[in-house]
Design a protein around this ligand. Sequence first.
Ligand SMILES: C=CC1=C(C)c2cc3[nH]c(cc4nc(cc5[nH]c(cc1n2)c(C)c5CCC(=O)O)C(CCC(=O)O)=C4C)c(C)c3C=C
Ligand SMILES: [Fe+2]
Ligand SMILES: [Fe+2]
Length: 337
Amino acid sequence: MKGVLLVNLGSPESPAPKDVKPYLDEFLMDKYVIDVPYLLRALLVRGIILRKRPEESAHAYAKIWWEEGSPLVVLSERMQKKVQPLVNVPVSLAMRYGSMTIEKGLQELSDKGVTDVMLFPLYPQYAMASTLTILVKAEEIRKKKFPHMTFTDVPAFYNKPDYIKNLADSIQKHLVGFEYDHLLFSYHGIPERHIRKTDVTKSHCKIDGSCCSTPSPAHDFCYRHQCYETTRQVVKLLGLPEDKYSLTFQSRLAGDKWLEPYTDIEIDKMPAKGIKNLAVVTPAFVSDCLETLEEIAMRAKEDFEKNGGGNFLAIPCLNDDQKWCQTVSNWINEWAE
Ligand SMILES: C=CC1=C(C)c2cc3[nH]c(cc4nc(cc5[nH]c(cc1n2)c(C)c5CCC(=O)O)C(CCC(=O)O)=C4C)c(C)c3C=C
Ligand SMILES: [Fe+2]
Ligand SMILES: [Fe+2]
């Protein structure tokens, strides 16, 4: 019997530092997120980052937390609940980190008699810190606990026409009544090293001006190419002129060189360039989360205003948008037929 496991990132149990710390520990000790040898990672994460970060992150989480829980988890659940009645196979939801584990999700499906699982990472663009870590973790669990199961992995859907159409429609809907000078596409950043590591050709991704627009098999796994491609296709549908949009990367951690340009730095400069009314869309996330609700809708807005900006609109993620849920269910039905 067939079934689907949707997998998103996860959130702490609550916005209290005592819950944020173990969550960040699990997240940042993942070798696909901080990809350095174990001892160095432990030193960096447990010896440096986790000394102060849990308090700071807890404070940020507290600002966006809902009565029902973490927005990312609640919104992912709403999506799953809308998709389920549109398909004929069981659909479960799991998180890569935290208490809603992939193991529990697979157990739930196994209890319903599922043996053939569509493994669906909820990330439009491929990255080893998001997609790959889910696939590897799920395979580890399958081998140990569910050897009778088989997986069909859903590839990154950054350029799927129906996804692009849903995203463009959603942006257009939210822009109604908002006179904007500029639309910023802000994607979660990753260290440049991650791009080189996942380059299957080992030589294509130079992270220069042109590699991401020069056709290559590397692009099936190039996060940077996929972010540019999602943007290019959405911009084409929206009919935006070149000077009315740009692309940046947010949420970097100190240390390595991360993908540029950086969202915060670019937003700070915008008012001086004549951009007074700014809309920001965050297509690396399908569900609103800390990085969209706090970093963009609160902090970036404040910085924009402080630097002379006027109106600021943070466009919500697709979340449980009806057309998007219909698209997801179409993909499931095509596979389950
Ligand atoms: C080395 C650090 C990080 C990498 C690489 C990274 C990649 C990455 N992350 C997401 C999606 C999300 N990240 C979120 C929060 C978050 N991300 C990092 C670090 C890295 N992410 C941290 C430390 C945090 C925690 C919050 C904080 O302390 O600032 C979230 C939000 C989670 C929530 O509960 O709302 C998401 C979603 C992607 C897609 C990605 C690679 C492309
Ligand atoms: Fe992240
Ligand atoms: Fe590239």
